[in-house]
Design a protein around this ligand. Structure first.
Ligand code: COI
Length: 364
């Protein structure tokens, strides 16, 4: 039993604020979680002073102090990740593809010219949260602890340049999947999420800001998400703000190739690896929206689904165009269900992990 803050720091390498144990002990996991509605009562924090990363600590969850002129608020100098820890059927929790999430954060940082957070600090932050939150990592299949690590510029100022100071935070949420039920997807023919040379491949707040107007309009028409098309022509499929798209055409899997505008989804990459392992024919290619609509109409495209860390594998019921025409493939959640189960069985350690994606975090 750790008695003092100094002893706790000596054991973990980071300071654990004295409020944390009480906050964790009094936290109750509700029966219904939703996605992002329930927040863990602690957070990890580490600061960059322009030369060194330091001041590593686990704090009680709460509002951040930030200068109103901070670059993160004024110029969206922010990169983030979304990753999950699982504790289904095993005492010890596990992370999924933690190194790949760090690598993507590093790539996002490079795109915004933000100094890269060292991998050991990234892992310290997420593992600190997994250990602290272990009592309320859901034990039910499909549920998990969603971890949201992010780095943002804290220095105030209006000059358009990088902040010299940064803060790295990890917050966490016990979650159910992001999308519940089959999705209705609105094809966006006017707004654009990302263009070549832009920030579409980076996980940065600005991409999500760009998606808000169309997403809000689609929501008022009863759709769940927006399908983005390429910026100059609105002809080629990109992605669905927080998910990547797959289509089953003539019994084979098709997904848009990573063309420099699409976020390289780690779930997308995992499904591709699983499909190849299972001998499914898979095509990463330029996909035209009007061609796909034609293939749904002719019955060649039998199924659509989306995937992402938050969404896992989510079936799509229909694509709806700007003129209101709906295009519904005849199958729902057939291959998607199979791939979801293959992925979850690795993430939840019900099946062997021949890819080396899963890492156990020992909590005792
Ligand atoms: C994720 O899947 O981790 C995302 O960031 C998507 C977001 C819509 C929750």
């Amino acid at each position: 039993m750790l008695t003092s803050a100094a002893e706790r720091k000596a054991e973990t390498g980071y300071r654990i604020a004295p409020e944390c144990p009480g906050a964790i002990a009094s936290f109750q996991l509700p029966a219904t979680l939703g996605f992002g509605l329930v927040t863990a009562p602690v957070m990890y924090s580490c600061e960059y002073d322009g030369r060194h990363w330091g001041s590593r600590q686990l704090l009680e969850y709460g509002p951040l102090q930030i200068y109103p002129g901070a670059r993160a608020l004024q110029y969206a100098e922010l990169v983030f990740e979304g990753m999950k820890a699982y504790r289904v059927g095993h005492e010890q929790p596990n992370l999924f593809r933690a190194h790949d999430h760090w690598q993507r954060l590093a790539n996002s940082s490079a795109r915004l010219s933000i100094p890269v957070l060292p991998e050991d600090l990234f892992l310290e932050g997420v593992e600190a949260m997994v250990r602290a939150c272990a009592p309320f990592i859901p034990r039910i299949s499909g549920r998990s602890l969603y971890l949201r690590p992010f780095v943002y510029g804290t220095e105030p100022g209006y000059m358009i340049r990088n902040s010299t100071t940064l803060r790295f935070i990890v917050i966490a949420n016990p979650v159910e999947p992001y999308a519940s039920g089959a999705m209705s997807v609105a094809i966006e023919r006017k707004d654009s999420r990302a263009g070549l040379g832009g920030t579409g491949t980076a996980k940065t707040g600005g991409n999500y800001a760009a998606s808000l107007r169309a997403t809000s309009a689609a929501g008022t028409r009863g759709h769940h998400v927006v399908l983005w098309l390429d910026a100059p022509e609105h002809r080629y499929i990109q992605e669905l703000s927080g998910m990547n798209l797959f289509a089953v055409i003539d019994g084979e899997l098709h997904t848009p190739a990573l063309d420099g505008t699409i976020l390289p989804g780690i779930t997308r990459d995992s499904l591709i690896a699983i499909a190849r392992r299972d001998g499914l024919k898979l095509h990463e290619r330029r996909m035209e929206i009007d061609e796909l609509i034609g293939q749904i109409g002719s019955g060649r495209c039998t199924e659509l689904f989306a995937c992402g860390t938050a969404a896992i594998v989510a079936p799509i019921r229909q694509l709806v165009d700007a003129d209101g025409s709906a295009h519904a493939p005849k199958l729902l959640d057939v291959l998607a269900a199979r791939l979801r189960e293959s992925l979850l069985s690795i993430q939840e350690r019900r099946a062997p992990d021949s890819f080396g994606w899963v890492r156990e975090i020992r909590i005792g």
